[in-house]
Design a protein around this ligand. Structure first.
Ligand SMILES: *[C@@H]1O[C@H](CO)[C@@H](O)[C@H](O)[C@H]1NC(C)=O
Ligand SMILES: *[C@@H]1O[C@H](CO)[C@@H](O)[C@H](O)[C@H]1NC(C)=O
Length: 237
């Protein structure tokens, strides 16, 4: 009897609300995207390491070249979670549909004028979600690889150190006469590094099969994870 009336009370007092993606839901969905993106991001890092290895006079192996690029990956890793959470949630899938506690006209339904931050809405607008996650990842990689970033300067130093070490060995070994144009060569290395790192976002585009059509349904086939992501998103209430 008591239970029954409590249930009746709840049924009367609790309006039918669509639950928004909040708390755990935000954290876990953000983590799912950041974690899925480790694969294409690693592909980019590997491609950059290959080019750096080809460019350096010592042609180090890929893992050595990748170690020179480590500051880039660290800068990306440090920014990835917060960037992704901000890009997906406050900027686009903003919480409840309700404005001042009232559903706007036509809401809640997925196509209502306000994009709700509900799991259902995220699935409904999946191509937009996919595109947001991709654009955000690309922006973070571009920021880390930009010549004015701290990571860039560290990578440049690593690469110059490697080149200088090579030149020192060559001149000690008297394999060649002391390079008279060493300053110019350092500048060459800097220029070549800059053009390699400038390709990072194009390389992410290749890894993700970005066809340039933004948030269209067929775009980003390699960074979609559509079935798994939709299923995962819908595990949240
Ligand atoms: C992408 O994330 C979803 C949700 O966490 C997971 O089920 C899926 O296995 C992931 N796919 C890849 C390729 O990482
Ligand atoms: C992502 O960026 C592309 C342009 O690079 C743009 O066309 C698209 O609309 C962006 N996606 C979102 C969801 O903002």
């Amino acid at each position: 009897m008591r239970c029954k009336s409590l249930l009746a009370l709840l049924a009367l007092s609790v309006p039918v609300t669509i639950s928004a993606c909040e708390g755990e839901c935000i954290v876990q969905i953000t983590n799912a995207y950041v974690s899925n993106y480790t694969t294409p991001v690693d592909t980019v890092m590997h491609g950059l390491a290959q080019r750096v290895s080809q460019m350096l006079p010592s042609h180090p192996d890929i893992s050595t070249a990748a170690s020179y690029l480590e500051p880039l990956l660290s800068a990306y890793d440090d920014a990835a979670y917060m960037g992704m959470e901000t890009a997906i949630f406050p900027r686009y899938f903003h919480g409840k549909c309700q404005q001042n506690g009232v559903d706007p006209p036509g809401c809640p339904n997925p196509d209502c004028p306000v994009v709700c931050g509900t799991p259902g809405s995220m699935v409904h607008f999946f191509p937009t979600l996919r595109s947001l996650a991709y654009n955000e990842t690309r922006a973070r990689i571009e920021a880390a690889a930009a010549p004015d970033s701290g990571a860039y300067k560290q990578v440049e130093q690593n690469v110059l150190d490697a080149a200088n070490e090579h030149w020192r060995r060559v001149s000690l070994g008297r394999i060649m006469p002391r390079a008279p144009s060493k300053t110019k060569s350092s500048q060459d290395i800097k220029n070549q590094l800059q053009s390699i790192l400038a390709q990072a976002s194009t390389m992410l585009g290749e890894a993700c099969a970005d066809d340039g059509s933004g948030d269209s349904v067929d775009n980003l086939a390699q960074c979609s994870w559509e079935t798994a992501m939709k299923e995962y998103i819908l595990t949240f209430p």
